[in-house]
Ligand binder design. Structure first.
Ligand SMILES: Cc1cc2nc3c(=O)[nH]c(=O)nc-3n(C[C@H](O)[C@H](O)[C@H](O)COP(=O)(O)O)c2cc1C
Length: 362
């Protein structure tokens, strides 16, 4: 049995394999009365990926506050009324034999944007946009200046992450992932490029990581002890790697230190992405991101998932077999081929997933 198709146990949860669907915004929620709620499209989409053989299906960035949506068409779990539609998603994913997970997010200074299919970019108020918040009044290039979050705003945000986790559990999700990558709110607190606060939530490493640690602790306190909490981070802002830039930024060394510290607070796996805080030159290497995940695992000892440009069976398999990562998240390759995990299983000589109803095919 190739390691990629061996189960991974995190706390009391057994995930049937290590080839997982990475969170991907579909920008397909209703933007009006039913804001934030999954639709029949989401049910068909996520269930299909479960039937395709992914061990874990991570539902896209789901906002913990309405103003934390990237776009008006994002999913959200800021209200109990949203739970039933998420419960259908979790059930649909389980019907396909996968573990249902959901990524909880707040877009911060990158919120209030148009969908990428319509060109992206900040929405004006006339276009349905809303005021954004951030650690400091420093905008993402091309976006409006965010309002600096007050101490009360910070306390409220921590509570809302915990409340959204409680709703995710009530809906039947078995994995919750905190989104602290890609320049969104929690990442913008981590990086000195966006966080210039002089209070307890800024300044040195301890100050800049405080909000994320508060969120982790709050989510952990509502999430069952038997189920895992994952954390997605950007391992680097891609500024330290650029010889033409010298400003202080979030680095791989910071990520290694953070990984060990959040593990002590109850994070069970760190999902290692990169970038998104500011426009930057990103390496074109195939292992641009997975090599950083491997380093983080080696130097922090924390379980990690690798992600980024994984589209060949031998690459996915090698990353896990070598012990570089514990699992892989795959995004765009699964949009190209929905049942890619089942095909990879077949190519590697492992059995593709067959739910009981499909046993006639064996
Ligand atoms: C359409 C699309 C939407 C995405 N939405 C999210 C998201 O909601 N949350 C997240 O953490 N990453 C998101 N990502 C990033 C992917 O999860 C993944 O990290 C990235 O695409 C690199 O993996 P890949 O090379 O396999 O596509 C998105 C990517 C795509 C292509």
């Amino acid at each position: 049995m190739p390691e990629l198709f061996s189960p991974l146990r995190l706390r009391a949860l057994e995930i049937p394999n290590r080839l997982w669907m990475s969170p991907m915004c579909m920008y397909s929620a209703d933007d009006a009365a039913e804001a934030g709620r999954p639709t029949d499209f989401h049910l068909a989409h996520y269930a299909s990926h479960a039937f395709g053989g992914a061990g874990l299906v991570m539902v896209e960035a789901t906002a913990v506050q309405a103003r934390g949506r990237i776009s008006p068409w994002d999913l959200g779990l800021w209200d109990d009324g949203q739970i039933p539609d998420f419960a259908r998603l979790a059930a649909g994913i389980r019907h396909g034999g996968a573990v249902p997970g959901v990524q909880l997010a707040h877009a911060g200074r990158k919120a209030s944007a148009d969908s990428p299919a319509r060109g992206g970019g900040a929405l004006t108020a006339a276009q349905g946009g809303w005021p954004t918040v951030g650690p400091s009044p420093i905008p993402f290039p091309g976006y409006p200046v965010p309002e600096q979050m007050s101490v009360d705003d910070i306390a409220e945000l921590v509570d809302e992450f915990a409340a959204a986790a409680r709703r995710a559990r009530e809906a039947g999700f078995e994995v919750v992932e905190i989104h602290a990558a890609h320049g969104y709110l929690l990442h913008s607190f981590l990086s000195p490029v966006a966080n210039r606060r002089t209070d307890r939530w800024g300044g040195d490493f301890a100050g800049r990581t405080r909000l994320l640690k508060e969120v982790v602790a709050a989510v952990r306190s509502t999430w069952p002890d038997t189920l895992p909490v994952m954390l997605r981070i950007s391992s680097t802002d891609w500024i330290e790697e650029d010889p033409t830039r010298s400003e202080e930024s979030w680095t791989v060394e910071d990520s290694i230190r953070l990984a060990a510290e959040v593990c002590d607070l109850g994070v069970d796996l760190v999902d290692v992405s990169s970038g998104g805080l500011v426009p930057a030159r990103i390496s074109r290497d195939r292992d641009y991101q997975t090599s950083k995940a491997a380093r983080l695992r080696r130097e922090s000892g924390v379980p990690v998932a690798g992600v980024g440009r994984i589209s060949e069976p031998v690459v996915a398999s090698g990353l896990v077999a070598s012990g570089d990562v514990d699992a892989v998240f795959v995004a765009r390759q699964l949009l190209r081929e929905i049942s890619w995990p089942n095909r990879v299983a077949q190519e590697l000589g492992a059995a593709p997933r067959h739910i009981p109803q499909y046993s006639y095919a064996v």
